[in-house]
Write a new protein. Sequence first.
Length: 404
Amino acid sequence: MWAANQATQGLGQIMGTLTEAEGRAGNYLTEGYATGQDVLGGGYADSMEALRQGYGTGRGDLQAAHRLANTNIATGNDYTQALLREGRDRGFGQLQAGQDAGVGALTAGRDQGINALYSGRDQGINALYGGRDQALGYLGQAGTQLQGAADAYNPLIQRGMAGYDMYSNSLGINGPEGNAAARGAFQAGPGYQWQVEQATDAAQRAANRTGSLYGGNVVDATTRLGSNLANQEYGNWQNRLQPYMGAAQAATAGRAGQLDLLAQNYGRMGDVATTAGQGAANLYGTTGSQASNLYGTTGSQLSNLYSTTGNQLANLSSTTGQAMGSAERAAASDRAHGTIRVPWERSPCPPLSRRPGRRAGSPYNRWRTRRAAVRASSGGVWARSSLGLSPRVRPAPDIRDGAR
């Protein structure tokens, strides 16, 4: 009995000691947790304050950087736009200069070609006209000679025609007047008069010898003698006039031949002039056609040059416009992506406390729950075991009194 009492008293003492140790441990744990919470809360508040100050400073820096970035973006965009405009303008200038140079070259080549064509045409015309004039000069000289040869027949023709006309008069072809003129010419001839005089003298001498002198019979015989002599000599005279008809015909034929040659010469002169005119006309036509083709080709080339330059200017304007639009959109995108957003302006931080409340899931509350459960159960070893204590418990030092 005594042993049991002693055991019970010892167990009671142990339980008292354990209870006291548990209380002290709880107080220590509570105070440590409170102290940790205070330290934790202060550190959290200080950290948040430092973070807020850092955000404020960073926000100012970011805003300044944002403004600087926007300024740089705007400046870079303006510079890019200026460079694009400058490049476009230079391209316009170069295209225009190339177009002007091409137009000048085409125009100069066309003018040189036209001048060469006209020069060749003029040389050809001069050569044709020179040859024509030279040939016409030679033919003119030949014509003069032929005309002189034809004119040389005129005296022959005139003499031949005079004899032929006299022969016609002697035959009575040209009427009584012509016949009278022929008889007058015949009688005026020296041969007829000499024969008449010879016959008359002979008759008179015969009459003198007979002593009849100039009686009627002598005059009648002398008249018949002259008439007979005239009739006999007139026929001979006509025979002598007949060759004049052939001579007139021959001279006329000779003159006609020369005039025919002269006509042929004039024909050749006409052919030479016609040939030269046709050659000049053909040369003018060919030169005009070639000049027209040259003008047409040059016009087509100029049109193509203007069209090509226009397309290149349009493409350059379009490309520059697209590049400027892309640069403007890139600058706008850079400005949009560079906008400063401060986190607490969109999601404000929760209010801070130097002593945040003890949450249900904290270690301290979990320990209090377990302690309450131990107290509610039976004492003894099972209680100590449930608390994770060894049966041989050594009291914890009191750190509040400075013990170690």
